[in-house]
Design a protein around this ligand. Sequence first.
Ligand SMILES: [Zn+2]
Length: 182
Amino acid sequence: MAIFDCTECGGKVSSEATTCPHCGSPVQAMIKKIAARRQPIRTKTTTRNQGPTKQKHGVLLVLSDVRAWLVLIIIFCFFAWSTNLFGPKSSPRAVAARSPIERQFSAWDGSHIALTKRIKEQLNDPGSYDHGKTVHVEKDGTLNIMVSFRATNGFGALVLQQVIAEASATGDGDDVHILSQK
Ligand SMILES: [Zn+2]
């Protein structure tokens, strides 16, 4: 059931009534009249097509805006993530935060930087130096370092070698000296 305005008198009429309770006009005729009147309205909406498309366009704009924001957020997240990942190692602040002992060692492979230099100096073929593992213990301000590595010996054979060295725990590592080598 629908309530509409009588086309003759403007009073409220039920679509189920046969005549208008105010003026007695036949309701069926009114419904037909109203339906006929809606026709031009419909064509009007088609000529007003710009309306809906504009709305669609607006929605698209908002959508693209949302996408733009998403892309920006993703880029920002990636940036934050990448700086967190690569920042601490390369930033001077992170290097300064490392203890004096840590600074003597390579962040890359854990080798003692000065000791590697010292070992290479006394090798027949410094280019053959292949760092294996470096371990160290600190005792009473002295750093005891043990390095295992591969290098070619005087006969050109690649052999596994081990060096035990000592350095000051508070220095920069340049005072490192080899205690034993086998
Ligand atoms: Zn009426």
